[in-house]
Ligand binder design. Structure first.
Ligand code: PMT
Length: 221
Protein backbone atom coordinates (compact mmCIF):
# COMPACT_ATOMS: atom_id res chain seq x y z
CA UNK A 1 0.00 0.00 0.00
CA UNK A 2 1.14 3.54 -0.80
CA UNK A 3 1.13 6.21 1.83
CA UNK A 4 0.43 9.68 0.57
CA UNK A 5 -1.69 12.74 0.41
CA UNK A 6 -4.24 11.08 -1.87
CA UNK A 7 -4.80 8.03 0.32
CA UNK A 8 -8.47 7.01 0.26
CA UNK A 9 -9.34 9.39 -2.60
CA UNK A 10 -10.92 8.21 -5.84
CA UNK A 11 -9.56 9.94 -8.92
CA UNK A 12 -10.92 9.58 -12.46
CA UNK A 13 -8.64 10.72 -15.30
CA UNK A 14 -9.21 10.93 -19.06
CA UNK A 15 -6.20 10.82 -21.40
CA UNK A 16 -5.25 10.64 -25.04
CA UNK A 17 -7.09 11.54 -28.22
CA UNK A 18 -10.38 10.17 -29.49
CA UNK A 19 -10.74 8.74 -32.99
CA UNK A 20 -13.95 9.40 -34.85
CA UNK A 21 -14.48 6.94 -37.67
CA UNK A 22 -15.18 8.19 -41.18
CA UNK A 23 -15.30 4.74 -42.76
CA UNK A 24 -13.72 1.32 -41.97
CA UNK A 25 -10.20 2.57 -42.79
CA UNK A 26 -10.25 6.29 -41.94
CA UNK A 27 -10.83 8.40 -38.88
CA UNK A 28 -10.53 11.96 -37.57
CA UNK A 29 -8.05 12.20 -34.71
CA UNK A 30 -5.61 14.61 -33.11
CA UNK A 31 -2.03 14.78 -31.89
CA UNK A 32 -2.54 13.82 -28.24
CA UNK A 33 -0.21 10.99 -27.20
CA UNK A 34 -1.83 10.45 -23.80
CA UNK A 35 1.46 11.16 -21.96
CA UNK A 36 0.15 14.06 -19.87
CA UNK A 37 -2.96 12.22 -18.67
CA UNK A 38 -1.03 9.01 -17.98
CA UNK A 39 1.48 11.04 -15.92
CA UNK A 40 -1.40 12.50 -13.88
CA UNK A 41 -2.85 9.02 -13.29
CA UNK A 42 0.56 7.68 -12.26
CA UNK A 43 1.26 10.57 -9.88
CA UNK A 44 -2.17 10.18 -8.23
CA UNK A 45 -1.63 6.42 -7.77
CA UNK A 46 1.85 7.03 -6.32
CA UNK A 47 0.24 9.39 -3.80
CA UNK A 48 -2.16 6.66 -2.71
CA UNK A 49 -5.28 7.46 -4.75
CA UNK A 50 -7.53 4.82 -6.23
CA UNK A 51 -7.26 5.74 -9.90
CA UNK A 52 -9.38 4.89 -12.93
CA UNK A 53 -7.84 6.01 -16.23
CA UNK A 54 -10.11 6.25 -19.27
CA UNK A 55 -7.71 6.14 -22.19
CA UNK A 56 -8.27 6.92 -25.83
CA UNK A 57 -6.23 5.09 -28.49
CA UNK A 58 -2.61 5.46 -27.32
CA UNK A 59 0.48 3.25 -27.19
CA UNK A 60 1.44 3.71 -23.53
CA UNK A 61 1.90 1.21 -20.70
CA UNK A 62 -0.61 1.33 -17.86
CA UNK A 63 0.93 2.98 -14.76
CA UNK A 64 1.28 0.59 -11.80
CA UNK A 65 -1.81 0.32 -9.61
CA UNK A 66 -4.06 2.15 -12.07
CA UNK A 67 -7.27 0.64 -13.44
CA UNK A 68 -7.45 1.40 -17.14
CA UNK A 69 -10.49 1.45 -19.42
CA UNK A 70 -9.67 1.69 -23.14
CA UNK A 71 -11.98 3.55 -25.51
CA UNK A 72 -11.79 4.87 -29.07
CA UNK A 73 -14.44 7.51 -29.71
CA UNK A 74 -15.74 10.51 -27.76
CA UNK A 75 -19.07 8.71 -27.28
CA UNK A 76 -17.28 5.68 -25.78
CA UNK A 77 -15.16 7.93 -23.56
CA UNK A 78 -18.29 9.64 -22.26
CA UNK A 79 -19.92 6.28 -21.48
CA UNK A 80 -16.83 4.98 -19.67
CA UNK A 81 -16.57 8.16 -17.61
CA UNK A 82 -20.24 8.06 -16.59
CA UNK A 83 -19.98 4.35 -15.74
CA UNK A 84 -17.09 5.07 -13.37
CA UNK A 85 -18.30 8.31 -11.75
CA UNK A 86 -19.64 6.81 -8.51
CA UNK A 87 -17.63 7.81 -5.46
CA UNK A 88 -15.12 9.86 -7.46
CA UNK A 89 -13.95 12.95 -5.61
CA UNK A 90 -11.59 14.33 -8.26
CA UNK A 91 -12.16 14.25 -12.03
CA UNK A 92 -9.27 15.37 -14.22
CA UNK A 93 -9.95 15.71 -17.97
CA UNK A 94 -6.59 15.58 -19.75
CA UNK A 95 -7.96 13.92 -22.90
CA UNK A 96 -8.12 15.76 -26.21
CA UNK A 97 -11.69 14.76 -26.99
CA UNK A 98 -12.94 15.35 -30.53
CA UNK A 99 -15.38 18.25 -30.68
CA UNK A 100 -16.89 16.96 -33.93
CA UNK A 101 -17.53 13.55 -35.46
CA UNK A 102 -18.81 12.51 -38.88
CA UNK A 103 -22.61 12.55 -38.85
CA UNK A 104 -22.54 9.09 -40.31
CA UNK A 105 -19.63 6.68 -40.45
CA UNK A 106 -19.77 4.98 -43.84
CA UNK A 107 -20.13 1.19 -43.59
CA UNK A 108 -17.97 0.75 -46.69
CA UNK A 109 -14.70 2.39 -47.66
CA UNK A 110 -15.47 5.72 -49.37
CA UNK A 111 -14.26 5.64 -52.98
CA UNK A 112 -12.55 8.64 -54.46
CA UNK A 113 -14.14 10.66 -57.23
CA UNK A 114 -13.05 13.59 -59.40
CA UNK A 115 -14.31 16.53 -57.33
CA UNK A 116 -13.91 17.55 -53.69
CA UNK A 117 -15.41 15.39 -50.95
CA UNK A 118 -17.60 17.00 -48.30
CA UNK A 119 -17.82 15.49 -44.84
CA UNK A 120 -20.72 16.55 -42.63
CA UNK A 121 -19.70 16.74 -38.96
CA UNK A 122 -21.78 17.01 -35.81
CA UNK A 123 -20.84 18.07 -32.30
CA UNK A 124 -19.87 15.48 -29.71
CA UNK A 125 -21.03 15.71 -26.09
CA UNK A 126 -18.80 17.75 -23.80
CA UNK A 127 -17.78 15.14 -21.20
CA UNK A 128 -16.16 17.66 -18.85
CA UNK A 129 -19.19 19.95 -18.84
CA UNK A 130 -21.52 17.00 -18.24
CA UNK A 131 -19.45 15.77 -15.28
CA UNK A 132 -19.39 19.28 -13.79
CA UNK A 133 -23.18 19.56 -14.11
CA UNK A 134 -23.88 15.99 -12.94
CA UNK A 135 -26.07 15.28 -9.88
CA UNK A 136 -23.15 13.16 -8.60
CA UNK A 137 -20.60 15.87 -9.42
CA UNK A 138 -17.18 15.06 -7.92
CA UNK A 139 -16.00 17.60 -5.32
CA UNK A 140 -13.21 18.69 -7.66
CA UNK A 141 -13.60 18.89 -11.43
CA UNK A 142 -10.46 19.91 -13.32
CA UNK A 143 -10.27 20.64 -17.02
CA UNK A 144 -7.34 21.08 -19.34
CA UNK A 145 -7.24 23.64 -22.11
CA UNK A 146 -5.13 23.39 -25.22
CA UNK A 147 -4.87 26.81 -26.80
CA UNK A 148 -2.75 28.44 -29.47
CA UNK A 149 -3.65 32.03 -28.52
CA UNK A 150 -5.29 34.13 -25.77
CA UNK A 151 -4.60 31.49 -23.09
CA UNK A 152 -5.79 33.52 -20.09
CA UNK A 153 -9.02 34.65 -21.67
CA UNK A 154 -10.08 31.23 -22.99
CA UNK A 155 -9.04 29.35 -19.85
CA UNK A 156 -10.86 31.66 -17.44
CA UNK A 157 -13.92 31.51 -19.67
CA UNK A 158 -13.86 27.67 -19.48
CA UNK A 159 -13.45 27.81 -15.71
CA UNK A 160 -16.55 29.95 -15.37
CA UNK A 161 -18.80 28.61 -18.15
CA UNK A 162 -18.26 24.93 -17.32
CA UNK A 163 -18.34 25.46 -13.53
CA UNK A 164 -14.87 23.97 -12.95
CA UNK A 165 -12.61 24.09 -9.90
CA UNK A 166 -9.50 24.60 -12.00
CA UNK A 167 -8.32 24.72 -15.61
CA UNK A 168 -4.80 23.59 -16.52
CA UNK A 169 -3.99 25.45 -19.70
CA UNK A 170 -1.16 24.66 -22.09
CA UNK A 171 -0.02 26.78 -24.95
CA UNK A 172 0.21 24.06 -27.60
CA UNK A 173 1.95 26.35 -30.07
CA UNK A 174 5.14 26.39 -27.91
CA UNK A 175 7.86 24.16 -29.42
CA UNK A 176 8.78 21.08 -27.39
CA UNK A 177 5.79 21.37 -25.03
CA UNK A 178 2.19 20.17 -25.05
CA UNK A 179 1.18 17.50 -27.56
CA UNK A 180 3.41 14.43 -27.98
CA UNK A 181 6.49 15.88 -26.26
CA UNK A 182 8.09 14.65 -23.01
CA UNK A 183 7.80 18.05 -21.32
CA UNK A 184 4.99 20.44 -20.62
CA UNK A 185 4.22 23.78 -19.00
CA UNK A 186 0.83 24.62 -17.51
CA UNK A 187 -0.90 27.76 -16.37
CA UNK A 188 -3.32 26.71 -13.64
CA UNK A 189 -6.40 28.91 -13.35
CA UNK A 190 -8.58 28.69 -10.25
CA UNK A 191 -11.16 31.15 -8.94
CA UNK A 192 -8.21 32.61 -6.94
CA UNK A 193 -6.12 33.39 -10.01
CA UNK A 194 -3.26 32.00 -12.07
CA UNK A 195 -0.21 29.97 -11.03
CA UNK A 196 2.36 28.46 -13.40
CA UNK A 197 3.83 24.95 -13.43
CA UNK A 198 7.00 24.01 -15.33
CA UNK A 199 8.33 23.77 -17.97
CA UNK A 200 9.36 20.33 -16.69
CA UNK A 201 8.86 16.69 -17.51
CA UNK A 202 5.21 15.65 -17.68
CA UNK A 203 5.84 13.46 -14.60
CA UNK A 204 7.05 16.46 -12.61
CA UNK A 205 4.30 18.74 -13.95
CA UNK A 206 1.73 16.09 -12.94
CA UNK A 207 3.11 15.87 -9.37
CA UNK A 208 2.96 19.63 -8.89
CA UNK A 209 -0.50 19.82 -10.48
CA UNK A 210 -1.80 17.21 -8.01
CA UNK A 211 -0.33 19.10 -5.06
CA UNK A 212 -2.12 22.27 -6.18
CA UNK A 213 -5.41 20.40 -6.76
CA UNK A 214 -5.08 18.81 -3.33
CA UNK A 215 -4.68 22.23 -1.75
CA UNK A 216 -7.72 23.71 -3.55
CA UNK A 217 -10.26 25.10 -1.19
CA UNK A 218 -8.11 24.47 1.88
CA UNK A 219 -6.55 27.93 1.96
CA UNK A 220 -8.48 30.82 3.45
CA UNK A 221 -10.23 32.89 0.81
O1 PMT B 1 -1.50 13.71 -24.64
P1 PMT B 1 -0.22 14.53 -24.74
O2 PMT B 1 0.49 14.31 -26.04
O3 PMT B 1 0.66 14.33 -23.53
O4 PMT B 1 -0.64 16.08 -24.76
C1 PMT B 1 -1.25 16.64 -23.63
C2 PMT B 1 -2.42 17.57 -24.00
C3 PMT B 1 -1.87 18.80 -24.72
C4 PMT B 1 -3.42 16.83 -24.88
C5 PMT B 1 -3.10 17.94 -22.65
O5 PMT B 1 -2.19 18.57 -21.82
C6 PMT B 1 -4.33 18.84 -22.88
O6 PMT B 1 -4.23 20.03 -22.98
N1 PMT B 1 -5.51 18.20 -22.94
C7 PMT B 1 -6.78 18.89 -23.28
C8 PMT B 1 -6.81 19.07 -24.76
C9 PMT B 1 -8.11 19.64 -25.24
O7 PMT B 1 -8.83 18.96 -25.96
O8 PMT B 1 -8.44 20.83 -24.83
P2 PMT B 1 -9.81 21.57 -25.21
O9 PMT B 1 -9.55 22.99 -24.95
O10 PMT B 1 -10.29 21.17 -26.59
O11 PMT B 1 -10.86 20.95 -24.18
C10 PMT B 1 -11.09 21.54 -22.92
C11 PMT B 1 -11.41 20.51 -21.88
O12 PMT B 1 -12.68 19.89 -22.14
C12 PMT B 1 -10.41 19.38 -21.74
O13 PMT B 1 -10.29 19.07 -20.35
C13 PMT B 1 -11.08 18.22 -22.48
O14 PMT B 1 -10.70 16.96 -21.94
C14 PMT B 1 -12.55 18.50 -22.21
N2 PMT B 1 -13.47 18.04 -23.27
C15 PMT B 1 -13.45 18.62 -24.50
C16 PMT B 1 -14.36 18.23 -25.46
C17 PMT B 1 -15.29 17.21 -25.15
N3 PMT B 1 -16.17 16.78 -26.08
N4 PMT B 1 -15.28 16.64 -23.95
C18 PMT B 1 -14.40 17.03 -22.99
O15 PMT B 1 -14.41 16.49 -21.88
Amino acid sequence: PHAGAWQGRRVLVTAGPTFEDVDPVRFIGNRSSGKMGFAVAQAAAEQGAEVVLVAGPVVLATPPGVRRVDVRSAAQMREAVMANLDGVDTFIAAAAVADYRPMQASAQKIKKGEGPLQLALERTDDILAQVAAHPRRPARVIGFAAETERLDEYATRKLRDKNLDAVAANDVSAAGLGFESEDNALALFTPDGRSDIGPASKAEVARILLQRIHALGTTAA
